[in-house]
Design a protein around this ligand. Structure first.
Ligand SMILES: Cc1cc2nc3c(=O)[nH]c(=O)nc-3n(C[C@H](O)[C@H](O)[C@H](O)COP(=O)(O)OP(=O)(O)OC[C@H]3O[C@@H](n4cnc5c(N)ncnc54)[C@H](O)[C@@H]3O)c2cc1C
Length: 468
């Protein structure tokens, strides 16, 4: 049995798979270790099942928003069919096809729990493995469970239970105001549950304020009981199996289940990082080549490094990490200058993100507030997305908003946010503009087709002002 590899990758989520693949394609012998399911959180308990729970009602809403189609919608959402479709996306939580892919890519899959037991040494269920060049920790993150009296005894749901639900509860209290909370509130309310959402501050903090406002308005219209500016003070699972949650205004909310979506913690608690001088339970801090500070052999990629907790950004880091580990191992040149092949520069200023609520929120780069805090000489341009021929054709009741943030000293976009139905498809144009630092003057020559929602670009530029 082989126990020596050029690279040992711990964690076969979407990101770990990519680190292993890029390193293998670059000529290294790689082992990929997984304690649960190959494919990780995104495939089985996060991106895919959560979006599958949302998409059927999104499609129904889109049809109901267009006269002619609306009249043809005579039935209700088929909840069991939605759950069955979700099951097909998770392959019924069977990872054999992903495991087959790992073997076909020439990577050795080792099933088991990995512990770092020394420099370049990993022990998996009692067997010691050695990495000649590097170890990559790609162990992801788990739901944070806040310290609320009674919460743990009440057996709260996390995103795992929420995305793998078999029977939709008749009522659910969701704690949190971020992406997972807002998406699950949308999904569960549309699947027929009575949702109460409790969030300490507004919704979607960190995004442009109008994003959380529009999503909150729509959740209210859907029937979600929004309790913003409040927190749970205690939780009790009663003898009848119900959950009684007391809020800090003294009110008590009684529901079938409670879902906690208040953030993430790194999966480094049982990874053995203390054996190499790091602190268990902390995020692994890295440089732009994804190398953990203070080491020359340990890399941390994806959620576990806390740079951007998103699958696409983790996969982007994975390409840089897989290839830089190979370059260093094989004595090849390393391209570590900003925007070079071996660094994840975009993590700092160009992270695209979509929140699949109704309306969707799609954003890239800096908000106006974040840009101001960085001392950027900025100009903010807002435009009503409903005031376009393309959006009025798409929906008879279109509501939406767009904003760009321009760095006036360089005349380039540093941020953009779109809120509205299907705006996720507008995002990549903005990402290209931010990453490529396309001058505003040149953007005028990127002509959007008529009549599409992309015409928002023309309107935003008009509102910004013609070049002198
Ligand atoms: C509800 C929800 C919805 C989301 N939706 C989206 C979305 O739409 N788009 C998006 O981009 N992002 C989304 N995300 C974020 C996305 O899921 C994560 O960013 C992504 O899964 C991170 O991938 P990863 O490979 O770093 O970690 P993970 O997918 O968590 O994989 C880590 C793997 O490491 C394994 N592991 C951990 N420790 C060990 C060990 N010691 N030994 C062996 N194996 C180990 C784990 O079992 C796991 O399989 C969502 C997150 C949540 C919670």
């Amino acid at each position: 049995m082989t126990t020596t590899y050029d690279l040992i990758v711990i964690g076969a989520g979407a990101v770990g798979e990519n680190v292993a693949d890029y390193a293998t394609r670059s000529g290294l012998k790689v082992a990929l270790v997984e304690a649960e399911l190959v494919g990780g959180e995104c495939s089985y308990w996060a991106c895919m099942p959560s979006k599958a729970l949302l998409m059927s009602s999104t499609a129904l809403d889109a049809a109901k928003a267009v006269g002619g189609a609306r009249e043809a919608v005579t039935g209700e959402l088929d909840v069991q069919a939605v759950l069955n479709r979700r099951d097909s996306f998770t392959s019924n939580w069977d990872d054999s096809s992903q495991a087959d892919w790992v073997s076909s890519a020439g990577i050795d899959l080792i099933r088991g729990h990995a512990v770092i037991t020394g420099v370049k040494e990993v022990t998996i269920d009692g067997t010691v493995y050695t990495a000649t060049h590097a170890v990559a920790a790609v162990t992801g993150s788990a739901a944070l469970l806040p310290d609320i009296p009674g919460l743990l005894d009440a057996k709260p749901w996390t995103s795992r239970e929420a995305t793998s639900v078999k029977v939709v509860p008749s009522s659910i209290l969701i704690v949190g105001g971020g992406v997972v909370a807002a998406e699950m509130a949308t999904a569960y309310q549309q699947l027929g549950a009575k949702v109460t959402l409790v969030a300490r501050s507004g919704l979607l903090g960190g995004q442009e304020p109008f994003a959380g406002e529009l999503v909150g308005e729509s959740l209210g219209e859907l029937g979600v009981d929004l309790r913003l500016g409040q927190s749970p003070t205690s939780v009790l699972r009663t003898e009848h199996g119900l959950v009684e949650t007391t809020l800090d205004d003294g009110s008590v909310v009684v529901t079938d289940e409670i879902l906690v979506a208040t953030g993430r913690v790194p999966r480094t608690g049982d990874l053995g990082v203390e054996n190499v001088g790091l602190t268990p339970g902390e995020w692994l801090e890295v440089d732009d080549t994804l190398l953990v500070h203070g080491t020359d052999w340990l890399y941390a990629v994806g959620d576990v490094n806390h740079r951007a907790l998103l699958t696409h950004q983790g996969k982007y880091q994975a390409r840089a990490a897989g290839e830089v580990i190979a370059a260093r191992a094989l004595g090849k040149p390393v391209q570590a200058e900003p925007w070079g092949a071996h660094v994840a520069t975009a993590d700092h200023a160009a992270v695209p993100q979509v929140t699949f609520t109704s309306p969707e929120v799609a954003s890239i780069g800096l908000t106006a507030d974040a840009a101001a805090k960085q001392g950027i000489d900025l100009k903010v341009v807002d435009y009503d997305l409903a005031a376009l021929a393309g959006s009025s054709l798409k929906s008879d009741t279109y509501k939406g908003q767009a904003r760009i943030v321009v760095d006036e000293s360089r005349k380039v976009l540093v941020g953009a946010t779109f809120v509205g139905p299907e705006v996720s498809d507008l995002l990549h144009a903005a990402t290209v503009a931010v990453v490529a630092e396309v001058p505003i003057d040149r953007l005028w020559h990127a002509v959007p087709s008529y009549p599409t929602v992309s015409e928002i670009w023309l309107r935003l530029l008009d509102a910004y002002g013609r070049p002198e």
